[in-house]
Design a protein around this ligand. Structure first.
Ligand code: SAM
Ligand code: SF4
Length: 316
């Protein structure tokens, strides 16, 4: 049912779809844009996702890990700069045991900042433990709802394991963030309809939908980047299918086409992430090639607030 509706939404004339999504966003979420801090704390990863510059087989990347103390300190600084949500993201790095992450979460949770984790696939007991420590949200994109495409790009786990993690997170009480990439080689409009149907059926509380961008040190180096227009269409369709979800303007969309990063807020998006990763390591979290801002935590917060006001919305 959702898939049929998603297909119908994707076949609409884009301007009409964007208008419908914008109206739903205005009714359900108002004019607020939620600003979230994003701390990338390790670029080590044991996995070999074919699209990602952090994959372990990329030997040309200089790797970094932040200490527990530095992560906690940045969490507090983000809180003092006005953030009320922080996303702690990393590659799948076995250096950080569940206990270490739990300790980091419980220390940062002493401030009134909501903690979102994005550390990949773990079992339900670990997710439950982190939830007990104070993590309330989790981001884990399903990447593509085509199991064969998933298998070809994500050799270290299966699509059903990925989706099971999303159900485990939901059952454990997390606000669950899913999402997928637009333009993975082999993806069709039917795949995007399946992606949308999946996030609607879980249902996800948040969904990150961004274009795939090729990284030169990955097997997909010669593939074409995803399209900005299809990203906007998918975000707009997600707003119609999940009217109360939080939908970010993804960083990859801003890298592909900086003008579309503002436009997506008129197509259903209501969240923006701002990096609080230390400037000295920011360029090393190179999922895909990008220019990295040099703004520190406070300057970055001011810049993003100004950006949101410039297109007539209210940063919160
Ligand atoms: N390791 C965790 C995971 O995979 O869920 C979190 C970090 S991972 C770098 C975060 C997201 O980056 C992935 O969910 C994927 O959608 C996105 N990503 C990776 N490579 C990308 C690429 N080449 N283009 C666009 N997005 C990419
Ligand atoms: Fe690792 Fe995540 Fe990149 Fe896959 S997408 S290689 S799990 S960081």
């Amino acid at each position: 049912m959702n898939e049929k509706t998603a297909r119908a939404l994707l076949s609409m004339e884009p301007a009409a779809l964007f208008k419908q999504a914008d109206e739903i966003r205005r009714q359900r979420k108002g004019d607020d844009v939620q600003v979230r801090a994003l701390l990338e704390f390790s670029n080590y990863c044991k996995r070999r996702c074919a699209y990602c510059g952090l994959r372990c087989e990329n030997r040309s990347l200089t790797r970094f890990r932040l200490s527990k103390e530095e992560i906690i300190d940045i969490g507090r600084q983000a809180h003092d700069a006005g953030y009320r949500t922080i996303v702690l993201q990393s590659g799948e790095d076995p250096f950080y045991t569940p206990e270490m992450i739990g300790k980091i979460v419980s220390e940062i949770a002493k401030t009134d900042i909501t903690i979102t984790l994005s550390c990949g696939e773990w079992n339900k007991d670990v997710y439950r433990y982190w939830h007990d420590c104070g993590a309330k949200r989790y981001l884990l994109k399903h990447e593509t709802a085509d199991p064969a495409l998933y298998r070809s790009l994500h050799p270290d786990s299966t699509f059903s394991e990925r989706v099971q993690c999303l159900y485990d997170l939901k059952e454990t009480g997390y606000e669950t963030g899913g999402g997928f990439m637009i333009g993975l080689p082999g993806q069709t409009v039917d795949t995007i309809a399946k992606d949308l149907a999946l996030i609607a059926s879980i249902p996800c509380d948040m969904a990150g939908i961004g274009p795939f961008l090729p990284h030169p040190q990955t097997p997909l180096r010669d593939a074409e980047a995803g399209s900005a227009e299809w990203t906007l269409r998918a975000v707009a369709a997600a707003r119609v299918l999940l009217p109360d979800a939080n939908l970010p303007a993804t960083t990859s969309l801003g890298v592909l086409d900086p003008t579309q990063k503002d436009h997506v807020f008129a197509c259903g998006a209501n969240v923006i992430m701002q990096k609080v990763t230390p400037v000295r390591v920011r360029a090393l979290y190179e999922i895909y090639p990008a220019n990295h801002q040099k703004a520190d935590i406070i300057e970055g917060r001011q810049a993003v607030e100004a950006q949101i006001r410039a297109f007539g919305r209210r940063p919160v």
